[in-house]
Design a protein around this ligand. Structure first.
Ligand SMILES: Cc1cc2nc3c(=O)[nH]c(=O)nc-3n(C[C@H](O)[C@H](O)[C@H](O)COP(=O)(O)OP(=O)(O)OC[C@H]3O[C@@H](n4cnc5c(N)ncnc54)[C@H](O)[C@@H]3O)c2cc1C
Length: 433
């Protein structure tokens, strides 16, 4: 395809639009031999890279181990929608108190600021844009948006949300599917996630983080210091931070039980003409609908429509990914019939039962974070900061989040997926009401 860099091979990253337009195609070495550090971080997605970056900025020596490539997992495959907010903290007020709820709301707003500041500080070229529109399909969605707008004002959201009626929403998304919306001009937005994460990794590496790719951790030896092993080496450190999320498999069975890896898929059309863009997406904002099995979409920097969603209810990748997702896209924008779908890919996100990121410690020197339940681009940045603060001895915010209890999925490994399918069907029925 004209204008696309093709230096990143499919073997390394999935064959996504992001991999085809990656700025940084440099490789980090594989771990060979034994190393020592203050902290070893496992997993090179947003969670791991930003934990490493926050720690090195505080003066810690850090080794980061990634099984494949930096941003190979959900981080380099997602819809690129920056959605601030960390779960629904009000649900946990009995456990964390009013102060805890307020602290989590504030962290939700700070999450977006971290991205804003990081991109500016390290001059990361990642197509960052602000502006986001939730769209309503049913009248009850408009009621929920109005409540959310009032609630958000009360909770000190520094960004003003604007309710849109049926006519106004068309300035952002011109589809007959939507009867209104809620516009957030400055708090949420969109980004090329692979380029953002690669830029953050580059910054961390420049500051002294030792990064190793193709270095899968296969064993963790616990003790007053921790040693993690790959097939060709090991790292001995005071602390370990586990950031493998939905791709970590059974490395730590206790964490695997609390997370369900679930598939979401994205397609990228061929670049669209200005005429089509002015018709369907006149403002360059990210868009999301409020259903559980939601559609999310936005324009890329080179004016493709990136359209994503849950492709089915089994949590597995559909056989005909491009066809399945194109059918969904045409329901929103029938004008795109006949347009070429240049890319189609999918990734695994970690779903947790209560939809709140799971953050905690398995021992005094073993930290973990996982389960962003499909909303991780901004929250990963905040969780990374909170873990780095805790390692640095300031655990007030960590303690609030770690108090929240996370149940395991019932039925063990074999039954987790059917359980999700049944759960999703239930929500699909609710979505239709
Ligand atoms: C298709 C899709 C669309 C999405 N869209 C959005 C969106 O628009 N907005 C949003 O906010 N969120 C979205 N998400 C969710 C978001 O991408 C994730 O929440 C976020 O990227 C999680 O980052 P992470 O670093 O925790 O995990 P990941 O990015 O999955 O990174 C984990 C890394 O750990 C590595 N790893 C695992 N085990 C080991 C091991 N043993 N040793 C070494 N390394 C290991 C993996 O190789 C991987 O690179 C989407 C997710 C998907 C899959």
């Amino acid at each position: 395809m004209f204008g696309l860099k093709k230096t990143v091979t499919e073997k390394e990253h999935t064959s996504s639009y992001y991999a085809a337009t990656a700025n940084d195609t440099s490789h980090y070495p594989k771990l060979e031999g034994n190393k020592k550090a203050d902290v070893v971080v496992i997993g090179g997605g947003f969670s791991g890279v930003n934990t490493a970056l926050e720690l090195v900025e505080k003066g810690f020596s850090v080794v980061l181990l990634e099984a494949k490539r930096i941003a190979w997992g959900a981080t380099g495959r997602n819809g690129g929608q920056i959605i601030c907010g960390i779960g629904d903290p009000d649900k946990f007020s009995r456990t964390i108190g009013k102060k805890g709820v307020t602290a989590i709301y504030d962290m939700g707003y700070e999450a977006g600021d971290i991205i804003r500041e990081r991109v500016a500080k390290y001059t990361i070229d990642c197509d960052l844009k602000w502006g986001y529109c939730d769209v309503a399909i049913k009248p009850r969605h408009m009621k929920e948006f109005a409540q959310w707008q009032a609630h958000s004002k009360k909770n000190g959201n520094p960004h003003q949300l604007q309710l849109l009626d049926e006519k106004e929403v068309k300035q952002f998304v011109n589809s007959d599917n939507y009867i209104g919306g809620l516009f957030n001009p400055t708090g949420n937005g969109h980004v090329h996630p692979l380029n953002l994460c690669a830029g953050e990794a580059h910054a961390a590496n420049e500051l002294g983080v030792e990064i190793f790719e193709q270095s899968k951790v296969i064993n963790i030896e616990h003790g007053s210091r921790v040693t993690v092993h790959t097939d060709c080496g090991s790292v001995n450190a005071k602390y370990v931070v586990l950031c493998g999320n939905a791709y970590m498999g059974e490395l730590v069975p206790k964490l695997a039980k609390k997370i369900l890896p679930s598939n979401s898929s994205v397609i990228a059309t061929a670049p669209l003409s200005s005429e089509i863009i002015n018709t369907i997406m006149p403002a360059d904002v990210a868009v999301c609908d409020p259903r559980t099995a939601l559609d999310y979409f936005r324009l890329s920097a080179d004016k493709r429509l990136l359209f994503g969603g849950l492709s089915n209810y089994t949590g597995l990748e559909p056989k005909d990914l491009k066809g399945t997702m194109a059918t969904k896209m045409l329901k929103v924008f029938p004008e795109l019939k006949g347009i070429n779908i240049d890319f189609g890919w999918s990734g695994q996100m970690g779903i947790g039962l209560n939809r709140m990121p799971q953050l905690g410690k398995l021992a005094d020197n073993v930290f973990y974070v996982q389960a962003y339940s499909g909303h991780g681009v901004a929250p990963t940045h905040m969780m990374a900061r909170v873990i780095a603060e805790a390692i640095d001895g300031k655990s007030e915010r960590f303690d609030i989040l770690a108090k929240i209890h996370h149940y395991s999925f019932p039925g063990g490994k074999l039954f987790r997926r059917p359980a999700l399918a049944i759960g999703m069907m239930y929500y699909k029925i609710l979505d239709e009401l």
